[in-house]
Write a protein of this length. Sequence first.
Length: 185
Amino acid sequence: METWAIVVIVLGTNLITNLLTWFLTNRQLKHSAEQFKRQLEAQKEADKRERRREVRSEPLVKLRDELARMAAKGDRVAYLATPTGYQSKEMAEEFTQALDDWNTYMASGEFQQVVFMQYDVELVGRVSEIKSEYNAARYRFGAYWQWLSAADREKGLEESIKVIVENRVKIAEVQSEINKLLEEL
């Protein structure tokens, strides 16, 4: 075979190989760019869903926390109002301080602000009912403590303590409902 034929075959083979390599590289780049766009869109959608979930869950988490906070303050007052709780002068002062703390918390409006952030009307109704019962118990604690003698105080405080104890179950139910709502988001 002549030299020029060998050169043409080698150059032709190299040209075909280079064209094929160029074509395959371009297809891979195009495919990679499309795949990158799809991944970017999927990530963008996932971020949007996560942000939506975050925004919707924040008020529920705050409500759950505020219910626990209100219940803890109520339980503290209820414990100190029991006959074993207020026997000593120190305990009576601690009861008064705990009641003042609870009154300050409820008057601050923090709890109500969290309630106004909610979007589930049924949940708001249940929480408002619990809050109303706590408010009634709180006022009774203060009234019985100030105006009743030590002998009559025990009878009057029992009713308020009963409300606090019953609300523990209601709060647990509402918090369970909040947890279910959070799981659905």
